[in-house]
Write a protein that binds this ligand. Structure first.
Ligand code: BGC
Length: 416
């Protein structure tokens, strides 16, 4: 009798302990396309298996501009989510407001310092303390192509230079198909623009012009050539592209309506979700002229200060799960990216991911590894917004001359 009551007390204590340690985790993200939704569902599963309640806070809008606006209003009203998908210099901006939680206990227990490349760890830290957990590495300078469309148009090899690209685009046009699937939103315009700048000018020029925002580089003949090339790419898009979501542009390639798309490898998540196989149904190749370079985009979750102990525990478990091997593998298989955690087994990943992983390491050694501006990895949000607007204005209005476009971009780059 005594034994049974002791056991009952022990069970009650354990249950009470579990209940106190479980909590709700509200996660703000913008992963709403087919491939993205499958990816984030894996994180939800892992958290639920740990006994926590997942409160999904999805704000649609590729690139995350809408999510950033919603986040601001939630934090200002004193009601932040547990975690929000933010990255690059924006993490530092939020941390300097004093609203982010310190993740050092989790990071230390899980040995993040030895599991992350130093460049990545530095972005996740503010004044030496971890405030965000990294999810993946996306490569932005990709070109996607539908193999059947290329065949139909008589394009026999994947273009490696911009001249080869325009020759291929012309053939696709003659075959009555759309050469470039594009979604006309400013972050998508800039995704194409930064790949063109990288291809035309190389990694050093990209860095000078778009990361250091050096006025001389921004007004140079190389920038002029970049803008001319960029405008020519636009002439191969269809008239319905303004406002189109990026995943609908990817769908045009998947459905054999268009040949190419310039987009980061979250586009591969859409091909994967549609059951398409790289090397057979579609081709992944670096954008023309960019095979020795790599524009990186690292997704991460910043964690906000919370009061409730259950919610704090859920938040710490979320941070640990994000860096765990189980999540890093299954999430990135669906998302199109590669794990950010070092020394992961890549055997389940496809050739595009293997190329990305190899190039990430090799370009880091040669100086070809550069941060994506379009995806918030390189410059402060105010200057980023201003140059994105100037680039989109140029893209959308053929009456703006190359000289005027260049002057507008250089002026926008000086925004503080
Ligand atoms: C994010 C990706 C996301 C893409 C489209 C990028 O900025 O890093 O995770 O899939 O935008 O929304």
């Amino acid at each position: 009798m005594l034994k049974i009551s002791k056991l009952a007390t022990a069970v009650a204590l354990v249950l009470a302990g579990t209940a106190a340690l479980a909590g709700e985790v509200e996660v703000l993200h913008y992963w709403t396309s087919g491939g993205e939704a499958k990816s984030v569902a894996e994180l939800k599963k892992i958290m639920q298996a740990k006994g926590h309640t997942w409160k999904d806070f999805a704000v649609a809008g590729g690139g995350g501009d809408n999510a950033a606006t919603v986040l601001k209003s939630r934090v200002v009203s004193g009601n932040p989510p547990a975690a929000a998908q933010i990255k690059g210099p924006a993490i530092q901006e939020w941390a300097s407001e004093g609203v982010l939680a310190n993740l050092d206990a989790t990071a230390k227990a899980e040995k993040w310092d030895s599991l992350l490349p130093e460049v990545v760890a530095n972005v996740m830290k503010y004044k030496g303390n971890y405030v965000a957990a990294p999810v993946n590495v996306h490569r932005v300078n990709w070109m996607w192509a539908n193999a059947a469309v290329l065949k139909k148009a008589g394009v026999t090899s994947t273009p490696k230079t911009w001249d080869e690209f325009f020759a291929a685009a012309e053939k696709v046009k003659k075959a009555g198909l759309i050469p470039v699937a594009h979604g006309g939103q400013n972050w998508q315009d800039f995704t194409t623009f930064e790949s063109v700048v990288l291809g035309v000018g190389g990694a050093k020029f990209y860095s000078d012009a778009l990361v250091k925002l050096d006025q001389k580089a921004l007004t140079s003949p190389t920038m002029q050539k970049s803008l001319e090339t960029f405008r020519k790419v636009k002439s191969y898009t269809d008239p319905a592209s303004p406002g189109r979501d990026w995943n609908l542009a990817t769908a045009m390639v998947i459905q054999e309506k268009a040949a190419f798309q310039f987009m980061g490898d979250w586009a591969k998540g859409e091909f994967t979700a549609a059951g398409k196989v790289p090397g057979k149904d579609y081709v992944c190749a670096p954008a023309p002229g960019t095979d020795k370079a790599y524009t990186f985009n690292i997704d991460s979750f910043a964690m906000f200060k919370l009061k409730d102990p259950g919610a704090q525990k859920a938040q710490a478990d979320l941070a640990a799960s994000i860096m765990g091997t189980e999540f890093q593998e299954v999430f990135n298989l669906n998302k199109g990216s590669i794990p950010v955690r070092l020394n992961m087994d890549m055997s389940k990943f496809d050739d595009c991911a293997k190329t990305s992983a190899k190039d990430f390491v090799s370009t880091a050694k040669t100086g070809g590894l550069v941060p994506s501006v379009a995806h918030g990895m390189a410059i402060a949000p105010a200057a980023e917004g201003a140059i994105k607007d100037a680039v989109s204005q140029f893209w959308n209005d053929d009456k703006i001359t190359v000289a005027a476009g260049m002057a507008n971009i250089a002026k926008a780059a000086a925004t503080k």
